[in-house]
Design a protein around this ligand. Structure first.
Ligand SMILES: Cc1cc2nc3c(=O)[nH]c(=O)nc-3n(C[C@H](O)[C@H](O)[C@H](O)COP(=O)(O)OP(=O)(O)OC[C@H]3O[C@@H](n4cnc5c(N)ncnc54)[C@H](O)[C@@H]3O)c2cc1C
Length: 232
């Protein structure tokens, strides 16, 4: 049991990294644990998924973020158990760490809302690993359609919130501008991007003006409302 730290922070996302940074600058001895050795920038994951930018654009080595803050130690380890009463965490390799305070900043996981088959068949977009997996899957669909003249390349984006709108828009941009150039106009005509939501508007949480703008841009890019759920 290593109990040489005053604070243990689990998770090096925006929240955990900032907490460790602020504490570290005040000289508090902090252990920052993250399953990955990098911080990921989720807002641009959709562009990784659409193969428009590389992974290095959305990741930053966690250790480099703490250069010069000597009281923070960054350790790459997945936390598998937290004993809040004893302020102890255990990592996948069986190591245990105890401190006077624990900060749990492990972020969020996708919610499939009990939709049958969704967790098994859909591609969530919450992490760099998700984005690269999705990018590879979409590329495989495109390559298959390129090999097989009778096959269409359809992608269905579920969820008309910001990430769904951005993802559908980026994929539709690829179909409009890149597929005709690097594959063929004929293949581009067989590529379809659908956007599905259970409410009749995209960006439901945003202003009517933003909703209308997004709807107009997506329509011009050729994004289709699947099964009419998106209602435009
Ligand atoms: C696709 C997408 C797009 C987004 N776009 C925007 C946007 O445009 N604007 C905006 O304001 N917000 C956006 N958000 C939301 C924003 O990214 C999150 O609110 C923010 O990242 C939350 O920060 P966090 O530190 O709480 O969690 P996260 O950033 O998720 O960090 C959690 C960290 O904990 C680590 N971790 C998790 N479990 C363990 C474990 N068991 N052991 C060790 N480490 C663990 C993870 O590896 C990760 O590094 C977006 C989110 C997503 C998914």
């Amino acid at each position: 049991m290593d109990d040489s730290y005053q604070v243990i922070v689990v998770g090096g996302g925006f929240a955990g990294k900032t907490a460790a940074e602020e504490l570290g600058r005040k000289g508090v001895r902090v252990l920052l644990l993250d399953a990955n050795n990098y911080q990921q920038f989720q807002p641009l994951l959709y562009q990784v998924a659409a193969s428009q930018i590389g992974v290095s654009t959305v990741t930053r080595p966690l250790r480099s973020e703490f250069r010069g803050i000597n009281s923070v130690r960054v350790l790459t380890a997945e936390v598998t158990n937290i004993d809040a009463a004893n302020r102890t965490v255990t990592t996948a390799d069986g190591s245990s760490y105890r401190a006077q305070a624990l900060v749990i900043a492990t972020g969020a996981v996708p919610n499939f809302f009990n939709t049958p088959g969704a967790d098994e068949h859909a591609y969530p977009l919450y992490s760099v690993a998700d984005a690269t997996r999705l990018s590879a899957a979409i590329t495989a669909v495109l390559d298959e359609a390129d090999r097989e003249p009778g096959v269409d390349a359809d992608v269905i984006v579920v969820g008309g919130g910001p990430t769904g709108v951005e993802t559908a828009g980026a994929l539709a941009e690829n179909v409009k501008y890149l597929v005709p150039k690097y594959f063929s106009p004929e293949l581009a005509a067989r590529c379809h991007v659908h956007l599905v939501d259970m409410v009749p508007n995209v960006l439901a949480a945003f202003s009517a003006k933003s909703q209308a703008y997004a709807r107009d841009r997506l329509t011009k890019l050729g994004v289709q409302a699947a099964h009419g759920y998106c209602g435009w």
